[in-house]
Design a protein around this ligand. Sequence first.
Ligand code: M6R
Length: 365
Amino acid sequence: KKGSYDHFMQKEIHEQPHSLTMTMRGRLKNSGVILGGLKEHLKTIRRSRRVIFIGCGTSYNAALAARPLVEELTGIPVTMEVASDLLDRQGPIYREDTAVFVSQSGETADTLLALEYALENGALCVGVTNTVGSTLSRRTHCGIHINAGCEIGVASTKAYTSQIVVMAMMALAIGSDQLSTQTRRESIITGLSSLPSHASEVLKLDSDMKELASSLIDSESLLVFGRGYNYATALEGALKVKEVALMHSEGMLAGEMKHGPLALVDENLPIIVIATRDACFSKQKSVIQQLLSRKGRLIVMCSTGDISAVVPSGSCRTIQVPEVADCLQPVINIIPLQLLAYHLTVLRGFDVDQPRNLAKSVTTQ
Ligand code: M6R
């Protein structure tokens, strides 16, 4: 079943041009997106007081990546909830809320308990899952299947990128009644249709990421700094590294750098800074300058051909990725980090598909 690949995680990373195609198949039209599972509920969602995204681990991160676009295209405030934390706090949920539950397996205990809690409180409950017939898809009022195909590796990879795409399509569908954003929506739809080919392009970084991994093999820790659309990329890249490569790694909001993390910076600690083009680009450039002036050991992720605009020549390693629509950039940016985590794991001699102490689906609290 692994075909020519050594591990399922590797296969699933490389499958992303195809899984993304399957996620969008039949759903993208020039005029908008068609999401059969949501159609009947769009009016209710548009009237809701807020959207709450609820999930765990990678699924939470996918929702975080889509959050800015949902806010932009719908004008509805979006709050984020880690399922266990919502339950711990018994946070308020109202009838006027739309609660979106994101789960690859559709069987994660905390997410399902949060779903029961939201149902009891009268919210409209929407499911985003990869698993047809799962408890999540049966218990929600409506939803969208991500159609990424079966994911076997414990580390979620292709489900992550497909989840982001589904939530971007959801934002387009909810916001489709707004004339003022029509041009923006059209350009995002064009961007979505070119994502599979950009994913193929970025997968060519495989051997570069293997080389980068070999330079990090003995590091004790790896930080990833992102912001805006790519805060989620930082969290998700770090989650992949700690989960499979068993290396301490933290994703950090670059805007928080001076509020603590800066104290960690020295010549040894590797730091990945995501600086692809979006509204936060100039702020990220200044973060890079500040880290370089403290002799930080940087690896900068930027758009292809953008190195000279981002870093003084030869001052650090770079990961160059194809530029796509700003809100879709997280789909592309995570792929080299998935490859990096994969190669780090193999080089460090750990089990890629079955990391220590972890299960694919966390069905107990
Ligand atoms: O099946 P789910 O998406 O609900 O799973 C949630 C998390 O347990 C999961 O994403 C976990 O964080 C992954 N193993 C990360 O790769």
